[in-house]
Structure formats: structure tokens, C-alpha cells
Design a binder for this molecule. Structure first.
Ligand code: FE2
Ligand code: FE2
Length: 170
């Protein structure tokens, strides 16, 4: 029997938040896949950065699961499609990073809009908490892609960016 809460989630909003659990999980798996691609090609700094992004997406997924469960809606854990594992270059791979982070940002914005429509201030407040980080993540991904495009195939330039990412990954 599910827990009863006075601040019940709107069924449509609950469904969308529940689907977002899978999207954060998909994002985490994608970053793990990117980390492996980078690691075996000598991009060890990129690999470390992708690993730390993967950990971040797992943390987000957990927050969504907790929000749903705390409000009496049992979060669903789904089987996911395998993430992409091949890219022709680190720049092509990073185009996928930029697309992923922009999609994550767009989905958070859509969920905030839906929470407003449902007058669900608890969900709205929870979702707003992701906004500053998502803006930073998106801007950071854009900036790294810009820098990759500047250096192109120049090995020394790529090593410099790799070192920067290793430092960022901590
Ligand atoms: Fe995320
Ligand atoms: Fe992210």
C-alpha cells in the first residue's frame, strides 16, 4: 500500500518526474560510456571529467527518486537502452555532450512549467534547485566544445584541454 500524503502529486506531473529518473540514468550511462571511449584513446583528463559528470547524474537521479518517494509516489527503475559507444573524434563526442546537457536543461525547464501549471510549489521548489547547476553545466559543455573546435586536430592543443579537464574533475 502506498503512503498517503496531503500534498499529493498531480498524476501527470508524477509521471513526468518518474520518466526524468530514467533520463538522468541514461545521462549517467552515456557519461560512463564516454569515459571508457576517452580512457582507451589517451584522453585521461576527459575520462576523469566524464566520470565525475556520470557521478553527478547518478546523484540527480537519486534526488528525483527521493522526491517522488517522499511524496508517496513509488519511483520506477527501468531497463535502459545501451548508450552510444562510438564517436569519430573527441570533438564529435563533445557535440553529443552539448546536446545531452541542453536536453537536460530543457527537460528541467519543461518540468518547472508543468509544476507551475499544477500549482505544485513543492515540486517547483525542488526543480528550481537544479537550475543554477544546469546553467553552469550547459555553459561549461559549450565552452569546452568551442575550445575543441579552435584546436581541431592539433595534438598539443588537445593535450592542454585534456589537462584542464583533469584539473576540473578534481
Ligand atoms: Fe543531471
Ligand atoms: Fe549534467
Amino acid at each position: 500500500m502506498s503512503k498517503q500524503r496531503s500534498s499529493a502529486l498531480d498524476p501527470d506531473l508524477a509521471q513526468r518526474l518518474d520518466e526524468h529518473v530514467s533520463f538522468e540514468a541514461h545521462s549517467a550511462l552515456t557519461y560512463f560510456s564516454m569515459a571508457s571511449w576517452a580512457e582507451v584513446r589517451g584522453f585521461t583528463g576527459f575520462s576523469a571529467w566524464f566520470r565525475s559528470e556520470a557521478t553527478g547524474e547518478i546523484a540527480h537521479m537519486t534526488q528525483f527518486i527521493d522526491h517522488l518517494n517522499n511524496r508517496g509516489f513509488q519511483a520506477t527503475i527501468r531497463t535502459l537502452e545501451a548508450p552510444r559507444s562510438e564517436w569519430s573524434s573527441i570533438t564529435e563526442l563533445f557535440e553529443a555532450v552539448v546536446e545531452l546537457e541542453h536536453r537536460l536543461g530543457g527537460q528541467i525547464a519543461d518540468l518547472i512549467e508543468l509544476s507551475h501549471k499544477c500549482s505544485d510549489h513543492f515540486a517547483g521548489s525542488f526543480l528550481q534547485g537544479f537550475v543554477p547547476q544546469q546553467i553552469t553545466d550547459t555553459a561549461e559543455a559549450d565552452e569546452i566544445l568551442d575550445r575543441l573546435r579552435i584546436v581541431g586536430d592539433d595534438g598539443r592543443g588537445l593535450i592542454l584541454i585534456d589537462q584542464e579537464l583533469r584539473a576540473k574533475a578534481g
